[in-house]
Design a protein around this ligand. Structure first.
Ligand SMILES: NC(=O)c1ccc[n+]([C@@H]2O[C@H](COP(=O)([O-])OP(=O)(O)OC[C@H]3O[C@@H](n4cnc5c(N)ncnc54)[C@H](O)[C@@H]3O)[C@@H](O)[C@H]2O)c1
Length: 679
């Protein structure tokens, strides 16, 4: 079984120390090695400085920093990585240095050890072919700063074994990375389209198409980004751009090679001067050309099988923090416009071949469709991954529709015994897409919200009533609709990172996808009201203690936990259970006769003053109407069949979404505290 219990990182420089920090932060023991004590210490000091900043910004408590540091072994002694499960190389970008290092590690390390390179410019296979374990060799390409940027390109070469890919993806998940699978090709996925984006900006300057400030502004508007190409180069270093473009140009041809003006700027050792007025008359020409290059290259890389359209977009959104990925941009500006812009580029640069993918899409005459729910079937278990990590897998119309159809397909597969539902990246599912709700309310289309929720219920009921065992893998945060999806599954396997919460009343609405109903049937109406009224977090341990979670395990033990659930058979999630005593005071606060006091803004007399005042304060931040309707729904659902109870929930949606408080809560969510008026 896949296990990642110890990781080694070689090189304690900018990348290495950041990778080590992230691994230790996520709870995995890690060894950091460099050639001299002073380099090791420098790396360690970088980590300490960043963690200290985290304490000052209240991201960590000092005890947490001590705990993180205790997981790091910093040394010059290679013996310390002999038994590591995975070793990530982050030494100088020098082929000979890296080859020598990999030979040494290959001879030293145990059979199980996977070796990985963080190279930016060499092929992964160039190192793999120098050692005796090419099947256990992979590229893991991090993005600066690796403790903060969540993207990780996982790059198998032709001989990397499926087990190594699986373990690499597991390792990515375990240290909080969102992995995209990329072919061993120049620039991998992200630099392949990002570096030409930078280079083309300078080419336009060189050709006198526009000045720097105009190119900056046009790019920012076209790609909806905060920094344009010149400012980005000033921040990350012009030599890095030249180096990356040189590598791409050597492998892929002159279209990718750095232009003279870019090289000259590097030689001058000066940053770009961003001052100057924007020439509006040149904006269109610049943005068309930036689109042509960036979108054309993105389509080309997908054509070549370097990455999928979804992973290319994820690369842009997570790795570069763009608002939209290249394929989303193509859909936004239209396939016809994209086609014209890319055609102009392929005419200008004879070595840039027009991508077939775009030809096909133009013929189809419709936008790209994204796959948001991935399916893998292995050993009788279908795993459905909600794959929208940049939005914490939030549920929208597309996700729900795809979840429904993928689920039906998996269910109809005779070999499938169980269906596991999980989220990509760090979160399970962070609820429903709030922007969607706001847009629908503003467009006076609340009936669309009702239809969307009805479809969600249909899918959730199918999951709950399936003849196959359905399991939610709650190994990250879930909120609202995400917690409701987990509750709809027949069983839940969680790790300590898993959690549930119902924050809806704090944004003016109520949990509309069966959360109240299913929570009530498991733990009773009083506790359900407590969690809906307060939005309190239900930790994985709490959920286990209440019998909502069947198995609470370490990440490495997830496959075993799923297997044992499959052999035990479908649990009765609505069985009667006695709850641990610590939940009694919470339930006692919300017995039927006390709810009206809370709704009137008073602590019920029977409740101890201190805990009562605290709870009242929390409830005071919620939308009064949402609270009232939630309590009514929970009461009305009592004794009803599942389908009747679902209708009760659906019947109140038009009312709640039409309130001023719903619009206030949803449109301020995550930005500022809403001001509810009770209407
Ligand atoms: N900087 C980036 O944005 C970025 C992004 C992705 C990948 N990379 C790649 O990551 C790697 C490291 O880059 P960096 O920016 O951290 O470099 P760096 O110069 O900051 O650090 C390299 C470290 O490796 C150590 N080192 C060199 N040879 C060694 C050996 N044989 N054994 C042990 N330690 C050794 C050096 O002493 C140094 O501390 C490079 O391959 C680079 O291309 C960099």
């Amino acid at each position: 079984m896949s296990q990642i219990k110890k990781i080694g990182v070689i090189g304690a420089g900018n990348m290495g120390s950041g990778i080590v920090q992230k691994i230790a932060q996520e709870g995995i023991p890690v060894v950091m090695i460099d050639t001299k004590d002073e380099f090791v210490q420098k790396g360690l000091n970088n980590i300490k400085t960043l963690l200290q900043e985290g304490v000052e910004r209240k991201l960590f408590k000092p005890e947490k920093v001590a705990e993180i540091l205790s997981r790091i072994t910093a040394t010059t002694d290679f013996e310390a990585v002999r038994d590591a499960d995975l070793i990530i190389e982050a030494v100088f970008e020098n082929k000979a240095v890296k080859i020598e290092l990999f030979k040494k590690l290959d001879a030293l390390c145990s059979e199980k050890t996977i070796l990985a390179t963080n190279t930016s410019s060499f092929y992964v296979r160039e190192f793999a072919e120098q050692i005796s374990r090419p099947d256990r060799f992979v590229g893991l390409h991090y993005f600066y700063h690796p403790a903060k940027n969540r993207l990780l390109e996982v790059i198998p070469h032709a001989e990397t074994s499926p087990e190594t890919i699986e373990k690499s993806l597991l390792a990515a998940k375990l240290h909080g990375k969102t992995a995209i699978l990329v072919k061993d090709a120049p620039g991998f996925a992200v630099n392949r389209f990002f570096v030409p984006f930078l280079n083309e900006a300078v080419r336009m300057l060189e050709e006198g198409i526009a000045d720097i400030s105009t190119i900056e502004e046009a790019s920012k508007r076209a790609f909806k980004i905060g920094m344009g190409p010149f400012q980005l180069m000033n921040v990350t270093g012009i030599p890095i751009a030249v180096h990356a473009a040189t590598t791409l140009g050597d492998e892929l041809g002159p279209f990718y090679a750095p232009c003279n003006r870019l090289k000259a700027q590097m030689e001058k050792k000066e940053n770009w001067n961003l001052d100057g007025a924007v020439d509006e008359s040149r904006i269109q020409a610049v943005s068309d050309r930036m689109y042509g290059v960036c979108l054309g290259v993105s389509a080309a890389l997908v054509d070549e099988g370097v990455a999928s359209i979804e992973d290319t977009d994820r690369g842009a959104k997570i790795g570069l923090r763009w608002t939209f990925g290249p394929f989303e941009i193509m859909n936004r500006i239209g396939i016809d416009k994209t086609y014209t812009a890319v055609q102009a580029i392929s005419e200008k640069y004879p070595d840039f071949k027009f991508p077939e993918l775009l030809k096909r899409q133009k013929q189809l005459g419709k936008p790209f469709e994204f796959n948001l729910v991935d399916v893998v079937i292995k050993d009788g278990i279908a795993t459905l991954t909600l794959n929208r990590p940049e939005a914490m897998n939030a549920l929208n119309e597309q996700v729900v529709a795809q979840l429904g159809s993928r689920f039906t397909d998996a269910e109809s597969c005779p070999d499938v015994k169980a269906i596991v539902i999980q989220g990509a990246g760090k979160a399970f599912v962070a609820g429903a897409d709030i922007r969607y709700f706001v847009n629908k309310i503003k467009a006076d289309r609340i009936s669309d919200i009702v239809d969307f929720t009805r479809k969600g219920h249909e899918v959730f009921l199918k999951i709950e009533n399936s003849s196959k065992l359905t399991i939610a893998l709650l190994d990250g945060l879930s909120l609202g609709g995400g917690s409701e999806l987990a509750l709809a599954c027949q069983a839940i396997v969680a790790t300590s990172a898993g959690s549930m919460a119902f924050p809806e009343t704090g944004i003016g609405i109520y949990p509309g996808l069966g959360g109240m109903l299913r929570l009530t049937r498991q733990v009773g109406p009083e506790l359900a009201k407590y969690y809906v009224f307060t939005g309190a977090n239900i930790s994985a341990q709490d959920a286990k203690d209440m019998g909502i979670v069947q198995k609470l395990v370490d990440p490495a033990d997830i496959p075993d936990a799923i297997q044992s659930l499959v052999s035990e058979g479908r649990p009765d999630k609505y069985r009667y259970r006695a709850l641990p005593g610590r939940f009694k005071p919470l339930a006692d606060m919300f017995t039927m006769n006390l709810v009206s006091s809370w709704l009137e803004g008073k602590v019920p007399e029977s409740i101890p003053a201190d805990s009562g005042a605290k709870t009242l304060k929390t409830i005071g931040f919620k939308a009064p109407l949402a609270l009232k309707i939630s309590a009514e729904i929970i009461d009305k659902q009592n004794g009803k069949s599942m389908t009747e109870a679902v209708e009760i929930e659906l019947n109140n949606l038009s009312t709640i979404f039409a309130t001023a408080d719903a619009l206030e809560g949803l449109s301020t969510a995550g930005r500022k505290r809403p001001e509810f008026k009770g209407v």
